[in-house]
Design a protein around this ligand. Structure first.
Ligand code: MTE
Ligand code: MO
Length: 198
């Protein structure tokens, strides 16, 4: 029997009950933020369980070392998009700016308009996660999170906060925006952890 290894690998990259898409659907709650001057309208705050809170300007954030990664993303609504090339600031570079207290076990990412998402700290720190500024070689579009979006490929894509503005370090897990609306606290696409009861 002839086996096409490439085809098999690809299929193995699609989690249960997901379908591959080549488009890039846009999904979010609320309005796409508009900015006229990022140097006055934008900042990035690291707070909660840290020795000293830090707030960065847009220029300071963009001056951090950059990195790139390629990954697959899986939206809870059923689409998966393979081989996304992202460029941005690796999580480890952002974490160098603060001393996180040992009690911290979770983060809450805070985005524009008060949108939030919760992630365990160990998952947040995983290699390959980044604060992206570019997708497939182009600046992010406003709809996809420009000027900065988080990307965490091993969880459903709702954990990848668009228009991210800060990281709160927490001892206990708390529900973010979609989690309050019935989504799973963790969101592993391979275990189909879509909703609170999964
Ligand atoms: N700030 C913010 N980030 C968000 C959301 C949102 O409503 N607000 N929705 C999430 C959801 S449900 C998904 S599926 C992805 C969609 O990202 P995309 O529009 O770039 O495909 O963004 C996530 N990040
Ligand atoms: Mo989503």
């Amino acid at each position: 029997m002839f086996i096409n290894p490439a085809a098999d690998t690809k299929r193995d990259r699609i989690p249960p009950n997901q379908k591959q898409t080549t488009g890039f659907p846009v999904l979010h709650y609320g309005e796409v933020p508009e900015y006229t001057d990022l140097s006055t309208e934008w900042s990035f705050r690291l707070f909660g369980l840290v020795e000293e809170e830090v707030t960065l300007t847009y220029e300071q954030m963009m001056a951090l070392p950059k990195g790139g990664t390629t990954n697959d993303i899986h939206c809870v609504t059923g689409w998966s998009k393979l081989d996304n090339e992202w460029e941005g600031i690796p999580v480890e570079e952002v974490l160098k700016l603060v001393k996180v207290k040992p009690e911290a076990k979770y983060v809450m990412l805070h985005a524009e308009h008060g949108w939030t998402v919760n992630i365990p700290l160990v998952d947040f720190m995983k290699n390959g996660n980044l604060f992206a500024t570019k997708h497939n070689g182009e600046d992010l579009t406003p709809e996809h999170g420009w000027p900065l979006r988080f990307v965490i490929p091993h969880l459903y894509f709702w954990k990848s906060a668009k228009w991210v503005r800060g990281i709160e370090f927490m001892e206990k897990d708390r529900q973010g925006f979609w989690e309050k609306n019935g989504y799973n606290m963790y969101g592993d696409p391979w275990k189909e952890q879509r909703f609170a009861w999964d």
